[in-house]
Design a protein around this ligand. Structure first.
Ligand SMILES: C[S@@+](CC[C@H](N)C(=O)[O-])C[C@H]1O[C@@H](n2cnc3c(N)ncnc32)[C@H](O)[C@@H]1O
Length: 290
């Protein structure tokens, strides 16, 4: 079968199964099958794929029609311009989470911390390691920790650190929130605590996309009675590990601003809410008083 015909057939199948972004999925899965980039697909539409490659491609297409996300089939997702391995043990990094990284860079620039860059940063619920490794790439002299309650997620995060050439830069620890960093040696030493915690409460599960519910780890997006639960536990712990003047930077769900901000009312200053590209309140940052 020729490449162009394979793409067209795959697209038709995906559309029949109402797969979102069907065109993109058909292309990404063919790029993955052939180990090529998008330019090649357009440059060689008449290439004969051969039976083995065609079979492999249509097996991936079939998997996609079950709702399995493309990234779990290809095993990759880009974040902050870096290529991350993803498996069903970790949440697939989302583009809006890049606003967390941007906010840290903004604060560090405002405070002229970027030049020296010897910062201490903790990423809570590190998952694939996307946030902490993006920050490691921006702050070559920082000491960074990625913590997660999921041991399988930490295995993936550590592999990503190796793949991205930063194995010694980030320490990954199994921990319930900051529990492992709360001992007195760490108290008051961190410049930033960042997190994209699970924020779908029991009553909101119906609002989660079917594909997320069926394929992404529950502990990564839900598993909490109320959406604000993790923030309520995290902020007091962050106050303990942060230096005076240190900052917490967290992602929030689209409807969570009014539930998260009251948790910062006491004890924090300079509270900011940053919208994502769709104008939805997406990141909250706050400073521990000096
Ligand atoms: C929304 S995912 C974020 C993953 C990654 N940081 C990202 O932005 O793609 C939340 C992560 O928090 C972890 N997690 C859930 N509860 C936790 C807890 N109590 N302590 C530490 N990590 C937790 C999950 O295992 C998951 O990896």
């Amino acid at each position: 079968m020729q490449l162009r015909a394979a793409l067209q057939t795959a697209l038709k199948t995906l559309l029949q199964h109402q797969v979102p972004s069907a065109h993109l999925a058909a292309e990404l899965l063919l790029m993955h099958t052939l180990g090529c980039d998008r330019a090649y697909l357009y440059a060689c539409p008449e290439r004969e794929l051969g039976a083995e490659i065609t079979d492999r491609y249509f097996r991936f297409i079939e998997e996609r029609t079950t709702g399995k996300p493309t990234q779990y089939i290809t095993g990759h997702q880009e974040f902050w311009g870096l290529d991350f391995e993803v498996t069903p043990d970790v949440l697939i990094p989302r583009p809006e989470t890049e606003h967390v990284v941007e906010r840290v860079l903004e604060i560090a620039t405002e405070r002229k911390l970027r030049k020296d860059g010897r910062l201490r940063i903790a990423d809570v619920g590190t998952g694939s390691g996307c946030i902490v490794l993006a920050l490691a790439s921006e702050f070559p002299r920082a000491v960074l920790f990625g913590v997660d309650i999921s041991r399988p997620a930490l295995v993936v995060a550590s592999r990503n650190a190796r793949r991205l050439g930063m194995p010694e830069r980030v320490k990954f620890l199994e921990s319930d929130l900051l529990a492992r960093l709360l001992d007195k040696d760490f108290a008051g030493t961190f410049d930033f605590v960042v997190a994209n915690p699970p924020y779908v409460g029991e009553g909101e599960i119906d609002m989660v996309q079917r594909e997320v519910r069926a394929f992404e780890p529950r502990v990564a997006w839900g598993g909490v009675a109320r959406g604000e639960e993790i923030y309520a536990r995290l902020f007091p712990q962050a106050l303990q590990v942060l230096k005076p003047g240190g900052c917490v930077v967290v992602e929030i769900g689209y409807n969570m601003r009014d539930r998260v901000l009251p948790l910062l009312r006491n004890n924090w200053t300079d509270v900011e809410v940053i919208p994502d590209l769709a104008g939805i309140p997406r990141v909250v940052s706050a400073q521990k008083p000096r």
